[in-house]
Design a protein around this ligand. Structure first.
Ligand SMILES: NC(=O)c1ccc[n+]([C@@H]2O[C@H](COP(=O)([O-])OP(=O)(O)OC[C@H]3O[C@@H](n4cnc5c(N)ncnc54)[C@H](O)[C@@H]3O)[C@@H](O)[C@H]2O)c1
Length: 333
């Protein structure tokens, strides 16, 4: 059994802490939100992010990062991507030994287009990192917290490390972990699908039906594949759990914050109002900003991503943008 520190005790951090406690590891969680840490330690609940859920009593919350990292063998990052770099700077300062880094957040850094693995290697001193694994796939915290059946992928450029993380997180009863030897594909799949989920919410908010949703998921996947392959991902990764798998769960479920945000935009709210009305992180908007610039720079055709960008950042009417998408030159699939 291992000692594992989770950075970020929100929805997914709490879901993973329950899983790791079920797997009999020593689980330490750290969060900037002192009240949340207090609640986890005294009431064993997380009412803000997972109302009604009961957390195992052997999960210990910390608001002192150094104490949270003491004796830890594995550090799991689960904070919104926009604060990831800052969170890692703090971890680097507080950490006094070498650990395996596992990232469970999903997103690309706008402007730099960096994936989380790249940010980790930039911010963590080489003496403090044994390697990096991305834990990603179709997984809603709301279902994992109820121990519902889930599959996910441990992806790394070092297969041996992925196998180690697979064993730490796998639970025979409800959480099956596969390994994947394509870190780039896994990280990009997990980030880009959030943009398509935003779009799925927008078309649902506008009142379109299942035909439009199926079209969006299929053509959205084609765009995800185009960009990911261009930057070195394996094509088949996009057809696995971290690609189509995660896309299906995010673009078809009310549990998805990205889908919910899209729904509000489709019903007439703008991005600012939408984000203000949501307690939880919406990664799709920032990933859209990054993917838009990235695709333009690399000359990759991503009409759906460009359309979402237009609606979200240029406040264009969704109906007008959809009309343009439908009126593009005819082509083969
Ligand atoms: N919620 C899910 O079902 C789910 C599933 C898979 C992946 N993810 C991904 O996980 C990431 C986190 O999502 P979430 O839903 O848990 O978000 P959330 O908003 O529920 O929680 C984020 C938590 O991070 C904490 N935090 C912020 N900055 C911090 C810092 N510097 N140090 C420590 N803690 C900090 C916040 O206080 C909050 O408790 C996102 O990238 C998301 O895409 C979420």
């Amino acid at each position: 059994m291992s000692t594992i520190t989770i950075i970020g005790a929100g929805s997914w951090g709490s879901g993973l802490s329950l899983l790791l406690a079920d797997n009999k590891h020593t689980v330490k969680v750290y969060d900037l939100d002192h009240d949340l840490i207090e609640e986890i330690n005294t009431k064993h609940t997380n009412e803000k992010y997972l109302p009604g859920a009961k957390l195992p009593k052997n999960i210990t919350g910390y608001h002192d990062l150094h104490k949270a990292l003491l004796d830890s063998e594995v550090v799991v990052t689960v904070v919104p991507t926009k604060v990831m770099r800052n969170a890692l700077k703090s971890v680097n300062k507080a950490l006094d030994h070498s650990v395996i880094f596992v990232n469970a957040s999903k997103g690309i850094e706008p402007k730099t287009f960096k994936r989380v693995s790249e940010i980790v290697y930039e911010e963590i001193h080489p003496d403090k990192i044994k390697g990096f694994v991305a834990l990603t796939g179709p997984s809603h915290a709301e279902e994992v917290i109820q121990r519902q059946l889930t599959t996910i992928t441990a992806a790394s450029d070092h297969l041996e490390l992925a196998k180690k993380v697979q064993v730490l997180f796998n639970n025979d009863e409800y959480f099956r972990v596969y390994t994947l030897h394509d870190l780039t594909g896994a990280e990009l799949g997990g980030s880009l699908k959030n943009i398509i989920a935003l779009a799925a919410g927008i078309i649902a908010g506008l009142g379109y039906g299942d035909n439009a949703k199926a079209a969006l998921i299929t053509r959205g996947l084609a765009e995800m594949r185009r960009l990911a392959v261009k930057v070195g991902a394996k094509e088949e990764t996009l057809f696995g759990l971290t690609g189509i798998g995660d896309l299906i769960v995010t673009a078809t479920s009310l549990h998805s914050r990205n889908y919910q945000a899209g729904l509000k935009i489709g019903r007439g709210k703008n991005l600012k109002e939408t984000l203000a009305s949501m307690t939880m992180v919406v990664e799709g908007a920032r990933s859209c900003e990054a993917a838009y610039q990235y695709a333009k720079d690399l000359n990759v055709d991503m009409p759906i991503v460009f359309a979402v960008y237009d609606v979200v950042f240029n406040q264009r009417e969704p109906e007008e943008v959809i009309k343009e998408l439908m009126q593009r030159n005819l082509k083969s699939e």
